[in-house]
Design a protein around this ligand. Structure first.
Ligand SMILES: Cc1ncc(COP(=O)(O)O)c(C=O)c1O
Length: 392
């Protein structure tokens, strides 16, 4: 077998294959150009068009767009009225933004462990960590796999918690024939370039609630409300809001991209299925469960290292794969391990043992719509080369 690139041998690829890449086409560029030369380059007609199309695409009553997915999460926590003294339960296996949004409101994030099979929140643990102060539940559809909402929603209903689903990874997915975006009280999206569709930076909240939609719109624009429609220049701020607006040209890009979500999803799904076929027999890897009654969003393709069969740790393997020019990465370092959370909340190892073991085994492989079968063959070849080298 060839010498690892890490040890000075030739890499599998000459140039880096990134883990994610946006797909921007000529009509996307034209849509942005048209918005830029229109009368409004922020808060113009494309915002409403994008919001209406986004809501219709999942069957939600409202979509409210934001400057980014983090702002959308913050706005959802704001609209839900999360406040100091409140607790919100979420997963540690997420981007920190999910928990940060709770902290922005002065509330307290509580981390519940995940299921080993799906890597999503474990409803039994959620039950155990809930207290009388729990006000909200923030499930995250990790990698794009919708959570087990039929286990989580009854808990929330029973206790009166607001459910804010972080669907940054799962737009286009579905759980038991219910579209992502309709499963929670509010569902947040990220439109970052690595995500399923992009507006550059961008985010959105989907909801069926008129009240939440009104609050979300006020929040993204400083909390401004117009009590007198006849005098629009007289506005009032009752609650502190933010400037979390998306620009019109970003909305034009988002709208153009939304029309391609089905095509992007098909490409991701084809590649993901092919990964699963190719990697299923690997003695060095395990793949997360893929329940039959969900439609995976396929933002990420993650695999789990069989550490009992490998003589190197995760960092060494990630480093060796990067040296082969395969842009592998880790989603995610657990949120409560960040010094900010560790020190502020006094959380330490052992809090979520399943997630902690998974964190040491995860590898994110490249996956994006324009990736070719030959690119994917390089990933599979690099895995065989590197994992074979470190076989125990
Ligand atoms: C699960 C999750 N939540 C929230 C975010 C935040 O989105 P954004 O980067 O658009 O602020 C991301 C994106 O990185 C994410 O992956």
């Amino acid at each position: 077998m060839d010498t690892l690139a890490l040890l000075g041998g030739p890499p599998i690829r000459k140039t880096l294959l990134p883990y994610a890449r946006q797909t921007i086409e000529a009509d996307d560029v034209a849509a942005v150009g048209a918005a830029l030369t229109g009368d409004w380059i922020t808060q113009g007609p494309a915002i409403q068009q994008f919001e209406e199309a986004l809501a219709a695409s999942v069957g939600a009553a409202h979509a409210v767009v934001f400057a980014n997915g983090t702002a959308a999460l913050h706005a959802a926590c704001w609209a839900a009225g999360l406040a100091p003294g409140d607790e919100a339960i979420t997963t540690p296996l997420t981007f920190a933004a999910t928990a940060n949004a709770v902290v922005y409101q002065g509330a307290h994030p509580v981390f519940a462990d995940v299921e080993a099979a799906t890597l999503n929140l474990d409803a039994d643990v959620v039950k155990r960590v809930a207290t009388a102060r729990t006000r909200a539940l923030l499930p995250v559809d990790f990698a794009g796999l919708p959570c087990d909402y039929d286990a989580l929603l009854p808990l929330a209903r029973e206790h009166g918690w607001v459910v804010i689903a972080d669907a940054a990874h799962s737009l286009g997915g579905a759980y038991r024939d219910r579209a992502v975006g309709t499963l929670a009280d509010m569902t947040t999206l990220s439109l970052h370039p690595a995500k399923l569709i992009t507006s550059g930076e961008g985010g959105a909240v989907l909801t069926d609630s008129d009240r939440y939609a009104e609050r979300l719109r006020a929040m993204r624009h400083h909390g401004i409300r117009h009590p007198d429609a006849g005098r629009p220049w007289r506005y009032e701020i009752e609650e502190l809001g933010y400037n979390y607006r998306l620009t019109d040209f970003q909305a034009a890009l988002g709208l153009s991209q939304l029309g391609k979500l089905g095509r992007f999803w098909s490409a991701r799904n084809r590649l993901a299925r092919r990964y699963r076929e190719r990697l299923a027999g690997s003695p060095f890897l395990e793949l997360p469960a893929l329940p039959g009654d969900v439609r995976h969003g396929w933002h990420l393709f993650v695999a789990l290292l069989r550490r009992d069969r490998l003589s190197a740790d995760q960092d060494t393997i990630l480093r060796a794969l990067r040296a082969e020019n395969i842009g592998v990465t880790l989603h995610y370092p657990l949120v409560y391990r960040h010094p900010f959370y560790r020190d502020r909340l006094g959380l330490g190892p052992g809090l979520c043992p399943v997630a902690e073991e998974i964190e040491r085994r995860l590898v994110t492989l490249p996956l994006f719509p324009s990736m070719t079968a030959a690119d994917q063959d390089d990933v599979v070849a690099a895995l065989a080369k590197v994992l074979g080298h470190f076989a125990r």
